[in-house]
Design a protein around this ligand. Structure first.
Ligand code: URA
Length: 232
């Protein structure tokens, strides 16, 4: 198997990120630094990343759901020393967040050691729908604003695709989008005159946040994993 794919299977990083790691001369195969992401490897080889052995076969792939609390960052490490989502999930192996939520956003985020799955779920071509609930300023939310959100609004990085939008109350709205642009929901609501007071993700693809309390985690069931893996 190609080295970059091998590292992704081992849960080291997404395939693309694995290529960067390889190019940075951090990977050794049988004792020698390898910079070619296409090098053919299997578990009979010694593969080290930053000096630590990795194994693509025979390791259990896990996915956890976390209800991310406010103020926790969804990167694997934070230079400012804030708590990371990775620190909130009890697992002996290194896990990687699937995509990002802003530090201020709460709700459902997945973490996994399956780099390949993480890559697929966040790749724009898969268009995995994500559902958010927002409390907004300048209530009440009115029909023209909701319609604009449904049809797509102009952001500085281009127009947004049509969204599913449901008014839940005077200042409460649910949006389902399948693009993952930076601060997208906050920017969409700002553009229609309703800056966000608080934002929560309640669904990611077929998965719902459900009754998880902030800071709590649960391991996905086999049936949920099946549903995630069958997204195309
Ligand atoms: N959109 C946002 O604005 N923030 C998030 O955290 C996620 C989606």
């Amino acid at each position: 198997m190609r080295l970059a794919k091998y590292l992704a299977h081992a849960g080291v990083a997404s395939r693309r990120a694995a290529e960067t790691i390889i190019a940075a001369r951090r990977v050794k195969v049988d004792g020698a630094v390898v910079t070619d992401p296409a090098r053919d490897v299997d578990d009979s080889r010694s593969v080290l990343v930053d000096g630590r052995p990795v194994h693509a076969e025979g390791h259990e792939r896990v996915v956890f759901a976390l209800n991310k609390p406010k103020g926790v960052v969804s990167t694997a490490s934070d230079p400012q020393g804030r708590t990371t989502v990775v620190e909130l999930v009890p697992h002996r192996e290194r896990l990687y967040p699937v995509g990002r939520l802003d530090a201020d956003t709460t709700g459902l985020i997945l973490l996994t050691n399956d780099g390949e799955l993480a890559h697929r779920l966040t790749h724009p071509s898969f268009e995995v729908p994500r559902t958010y609930r927002a409390r907004v300023r300048n209530a009440p939310l009115k029909e023209p604003a909701l319609r604009a959100l449904r049809e797509g609004v102009e952001l500085e990085d281009g127009p947004t695709a049509p969204a599913r939008v449901r008014r839940l109350g005077n200042d409460h709205v649910e949006l389902t989008i399948h693009e993952g642009r930076k601060r997208q929901v906050r920017r969409m609501l700002e553009v229609v005159g309703h800056p966000v007071k608080s934002l929560e993700r309640v669904a990611f693809g077929p998965l719902r946040l459900g009754p998880l309390e902030p800071g709590d985690t649960r391991r996905l069931t086999g049936a949920e994993l099946e549903r995630l893996r069958s997204l195309r």
